[in-house]
Write a protein that binds this ligand. Structure first.
Ligand SMILES: [Zn+2]
Length: 99
């Protein structure tokens, strides 16, 4: 058994990933993005690009206390910042699709 098999690293969860995916879903549904390609390649590229611009917040999915709970005071600013990164990312991929 390798080290990687012995410990289940799939328990690692980047909480920012869920936020970015939700934000992508929300923004891609907007009428201003109706002409943006939503094929798998483009959407995965958008998620990857957005996540590369954001500081990750990993936690173990076994842990009940999420890192983000501690940051709730700044949730408003945080969500705005994420929305902006996702918006820029959609524009970049839409202009330069990799498919
Ligand atoms: Zn595409």
């Amino acid at each position: 058994m390798t080290f990687k098999d012995e410990y289940d690293f799939d328990l690692l969860e980047n909480q920012i990933e869920n936020i970015v995916i939700k934000e992508l879903e929300k923004q891609l549904a907007l009428s201003e993005n109706k002409n943006v390609c939503k094929c798998r390649d483009c959407v995965i590229d958008m998620a990857a690009l957005a996540l590369n611009h954001l500081k990750p917040a990993y936690r173990s999915s076994l842990s009940m206390k999420g890192y983000l709970y501690k940051q709730n005071l700044h949730a408003g600013n945080r969500d705005q910042a994420y929305a902006k990164v996702v918006k820029n990312t959609i524009q970049k991929i839409a202009e330069n699709p990799s498919h």
